[in-house]
Design a protein around this ligand. Structure first.
Ligand code: ZN
Length: 117
């Protein structure tokens, strides 16, 4: 797939964003928070994520090393993306927040979050 722009939003549409991605791979993670979110994610460099609206409505949750920034909409509670811990200049984006997106045919990889110190 070529580099494409995908639009995304939280559930209540307060938070809108777009990403540039080839969607070559999507990942799951077995860390304590991704498990609970049942998250399916695509990794994008920070320059490839643009928040179009609702930045002021995003709340941040951190835990453990407090490096990763887990964003969620303070109105509807949906997780749209998080700043990653091992590679903090990258975001993990919740692919189910993208409009017109289907994970079909995209390779999925399970990442080892639980094993991180
Ligand atoms: Zn929302």
């Amino acid at each position: 797939m070529n580099l494409q722009t995908f639009k995304g939003s939280c559930h209540c549409q307060a938070v809108k964003f777009e990403i540039d991605s080839k969607l070559e791979e999507i990942t799951t993670c077995d860390c304590s928070i991704c498990l609970r979110k049942n998250a399916l994610m695509v990794k994008v460099p920070e320059a490839a994520l643009r928040i179009l609206s609702g930045e002021d409505l995003l709340s941040t949750y951190t835990f453990h090393t407090h490096t990763a920034q887990h964003y969620f909409c303070s109105v509807c509670g949906i997780y749209p993306f998080h700043r990653k811990r091992v590679t903090p200049d990258y975001f993990g984006v919740n692919v189910y927040c993208l409009s017109d997106f289907s994970p079909e045919g995209i390779p999925q990889r399970a990442t080892d979050g639980r094993g991180m110190p």
